[in-house]
Design a protein around this ligand. Structure first.
Ligand code: AMP
Ligand code: GLY
Length: 431
C-alpha cells in the first residue's frame, strides 16, 4: 500500500512514522512535509531536489486539484489528510471523487470542527453531554450570555482559529472584547475538572478508540498564560477511572456517529473528543475532526496495530469489530516552541539536533532549511520530542534529559509536562 499524508506538522510526521511501521505499506510520503519527513523519503529513494520532490514540498494542502494530482502521480492507495483546514475546505471529497481512498471527513462532516455552533447542534440532537451555551452575534447577546453563565467566562470564535479562538477569563471586559472581535461566538458555561483527549477512528458507522491522552494547552509552567495549540501530552493516563473509554464511546462517539448518519452526513475519519471530567460527569469541551497535535505524537509510538491498514479500513467503511493493541509503558511528548509563541514567534537562530537514543523521537513541527542546509525554526511550535518508558517517571526522565542536548537558543519548552500525574498528584475523578 502506498500512502500520501497531507500536511506539514508534527502530527503528520508522527502519522507517517507510525504508518511506515505497517508491513503492508511500501511507501509513505508527506506533502508538503518538513525536514523531518523529507528525511524519511530517502528510504524510498526520493530526493527532494528532483521534480517530484519539489512537487511534494510545494503542495498547498487546501488546493484539492493539486492534492489529487500528486496522489495520482504517486499511485497512492490511501490519502490521509492531517490538518483541519483542507478537511473543512472539502479536499477529502475531491480526493474520493477522483476514485482514491481517503481517510478524512467530508466538507460537511468537518463542520463538527469548522463551526462550534454546528457541533453544539449535533451534540444537543444526539444527547451528548456538553456545556450549556449560547450562540451570539451582537453585543447585547454577548453581554446577556456572559451575565447568564458568569465567570470564569468562556468565549469561542465560531470558526476555525488554529487553537487560538477560545478565551477563558475572569475578566468580563476581556471576554466581551474577544466576543466583539470574533463577531460570531459561542459563549458557554465553564467546565471544571481535568481535561482528556480521546480519539476515535471512525468508518461512518463504527468507531475504534485510541488510548486517552492529556494535552497541556496553556503556554506556561503550572498551566499559566494564554492557550496554545498544545505544549505537551502524555498517555496512558494513570488517574482516569476504569471504563472512561467505554463511557465516551457510549455517551459521545456512538450517538454522534448515529446523529451524523441521520443527517445523511456520515462521519468518516478521526473524531477527536476533547472532554472535561467535571464534578457533574464527563462533558464534551470540543470536537475536532483530525488527529490532535501534540497528543498524536505521544499516542502513536505505543500503537502495535498496523496503522495504515486500520486507516484504510476506516476509509472504506470496513472497520468491523477491529480493536487496537498497545505496548505497555508510558509515552510523553514535550513541545519545543519558538519564544513569543502563541504571540509572534521569534524565528531567528538555528537548531542543532544530535543523535537520538532508541526510546526518543524528534518530530518536526515547524522547521525548514536555511542557508547551507542549516535547520531553522518556522512557526510557533517547532519540534515535538517524544519518549517512551516503563512508566511516566521513566518517560519523563528520558525526554527531559534528551531535550537538553538540543541546541535551540530561541526556543522554550514547559518543564512540567506530566509532572503532576507522574507524582500521583491527580485525584481520580468520578464519571
Ligand atoms: P476548544 O478550542 O473548544 O478546545 O477550547 C480550547 C481550550 O479552552 C480547551 O482545551 C479548554 O482548556 C478551554 N475551554 C474550552 N471550553 C471550555 C469550557 N466550557 N470550560 C472550561 N474551559 C474550556
Ligand atoms: N491538542 C489540541 C489540538 O490538536 O487541537
Amino acid at each position: 500500500m502506498k500512502v500520501l499524508v497531507v500536511g506539514s506538522g508534527g502530527r503528520e510526521h508522527a502519522l507517517a512514522l507510525a504508518i511506515a511501521r505497517d508491513d503492508v505499506v511500501e511507501a509513505v510520503h508527506v506533502a508538503p512535509g518538513n525536514p523531518g519527513t523529507w528525511a524519511m523519503d530517502t528510504k524510498y529513494g526520493l530526493d527532494h531536489h528532483t521534480e517530484l520532490g519539489e512537487k511534494i514540498r510545494r503542495l498547498d494542502p487546501v488546493d484539492a486539484t493539486a492534492v489529487v494530482e500528486l496522489a495520482q502521480t504517486l499511485a497512492t492507495d490511501l490519502v490521509v489528510i492531517g490538518p483541519e483546514a483542507p478537511l473543512v475546505a472539502g479536499v477529502a471529497d475531491e480526493v474520493r471523487a477522483a476514485g482514491i481512498t481517503c481517510f478524512g471527513p467530508s466538507k460537511e462532516a468537518a463542520q463538527l470542527e469548522g463551526s462550534k455552533q454546528y457541533a453544539k447542534e449535533v451534540m444537543t440532537a444526539a444527547g451528548v453531554p456538553t456545556a450549556r451555551s449560547a450562540y451570539c452575534t451582537t453585543q447585547d447577546q454577548i453581554e446577556a450570555a456572559l451575565d447568564e453563565f458568569g465567570a470564569p467566562y468562556v468565549v469561542k470564535n465560531d470558526g476555525l482559529a488554529a487553537g487560538k479562538g477560545v478565551v477563558v477569563t475572569d475578566d468580563r471586559d476581556e471576554a466581551l472584547a474577544h466576543g466583539l472581535a470574533c463577531g460570531q461566538v459561542v459563549i458557554e458555561e465553564y467546565l471544571d475538572g481535568p481535561e482528556v483527549s480521546l480519539f476515535a477512528i471512525c468508518d461512518g458507522t463504527t468507531a475504534v478508540p485510541l488510548i486517552p491522552a492529556q494535552d497541556f494547552k496553556r503556554v506556561g509552567e503550572g498551566d499559566t498564560g494564554p492557550n496554545t495549540g498544545g505544549m505537551g501530552a502524555y498517555c496512558p493516563l494513570p488517574w482516569v477511572p476504569e471504563g472512561l473509554t467505554d463511557a465516551v464511546m457510549e455517551q459521545v462517539v456512538g450517538p454522534t456517529l448515529a446523529e451524523m448518519a441521520n443527517r445523511g452526513t456520515l462521519f468518516q475519519g478521526l473524531l477527536y473528543v476533547g472532554l472535561a471530567l467535571t464534578s457533574n460527569g464527563l462533558k464534551v469541551v470540543e470536537f475536532n475532526v483530525r488527529f490532535g497535535d501534540p497528543e498524536t505524537e505521544a499516542i502513536l509510538p505505543l500503537l502495535t496495530t498496523p496503522l495504515g491498514q486500520t486507516l484504510h479500513a476506516a476509509a472504506t467503511g470496513s472497520l468491523g469489530d477491529s480493536k487496537l493493541t498497545w505496548k505497555d509503558g508510558s509515552s510523553i511528548v514535550v513541545v519545543y516552541a519558538a519564544k513569543g509563541y502563541p504571540g509572534t514567534p521569534d524565528n531567528t537562530g538555528t537548531i542543532t539536533i544530535g543523535d537520538t537514543p532508541k526510546s526518543v523521537q524528534v518530530i518536526h513541527c515547524g522547521t525548514t532549511f536555511g542557508a547551507n542546509h542549516t535547520l531553522i525554526p518556522k512557526g510557533g511550535r517547532i519540534l515535538a520530542i517524544t519518549a517512551q518508558g516503563d512508566n511516566l517517571n521513566h518517560a519523563r526522565e528520558r525526554v527531559y534529559s534528551y531535550i537538553e542536548t538540543i541546541d535551540y537558543p530561541t526556543g522554550f519548552f514547559r518543564p512540567d509536562i506530566a509532572a503532576a500525574a507522574a507524582q500521583g498528584l491527580i485525584e481520580e475523578p468520578t464519571i
